[in-house]
Design a protein around this ligand. Sequence first.
Ligand code: NAD
Length: 287
Amino acid sequence: MKIESVAVVGAGTMGNGIAHVCALAGLQVILVDADPDALKGALARIGGNMSRQVAKGRLDAAGRERALARIQGDGSLAGAAAADLVIEAVPEVAELKGRIFRELDALAPAHAILASNTSSISITGIAARTERPERVIGMHFMNPVPVMRLVEIVRGLRTSSATVAAVVGLARALGKTPVEARDFPGFVSNRILMPMINEAVFALMEGVADAESIDAVMTLGMNHPMGPLALADLIGLDTCLNILEVLHREIGDDRYRPCPLLRQHVAAGWLGRKTGRGFHSYRPRTG
Ligand code: NAD
């Protein structure tokens, strides 16, 4: 199946990046968000990020204009009705995703594939909310999407091989490297990453070292490109907490229990880069 048009549902941290790479690859993109300010901000961010690519010589100005012209914003899910592929990127809350998939199933054409960018929630469970479980799949992009090469492709219990092949082909067409994972909580990426981030927050809470020192140990000592607390701020602390809750509940092992300090930051609204403060502080975002 050839995918020519994509609807991206949720225009936050991930959705704007997914729309960006799809438009650059020549696909028609409908970007949907329930919050008009989020949608406006996302369209401005995509323009700004493409301008940066032009400044670095990775894209020419006409290519930027053509790609931006392929993206259309929409405030309602009905905007997704014409797409060959829908990629959902709303917050990591199982109930919300289930509801959206049920609605998308009713709206999208019969041939359309419904993908979720979920970090940890069961694809099999999401698929069971639809009448087309063989055409539901996980397409887990990494943040920031225009930069990171991996897409973790998650096959639910009832996902068909034709759906896997179509989505693997699309990931390659976007210039990404698809890697298949089975549908267990957190797949490969977050099952390994989140316990490390959580442990870094415990170390901070217990006063083992301050945030800068914890991150410096992991960048300078372990050669990680970014410290775990800075990475948590980039991902969003609410997203990290939601993923840990899923791992803890679904695997049932206390080693995944979210650190109380992480809960406290989320309760305070210190969600990381997107709010200007997490474990570190950031200048407000511009465009
Ligand atoms: P986010 O909070 O930045 O953005 C979510 C967007 O969804 C918001 O703009 C919100 O307005 C919109 N939204 C909420 N309810 C909606 C609805 N009913 N209809 C349409 N739009 C709605 O979240 P994010 O960090 O982009 O995460 C999105 C998904 O991607 C989550 O499943 C997350 O686990 C996953 N993910 C996140 C990262 C990361 O680093 N942040 C990495 C990989 C995967």
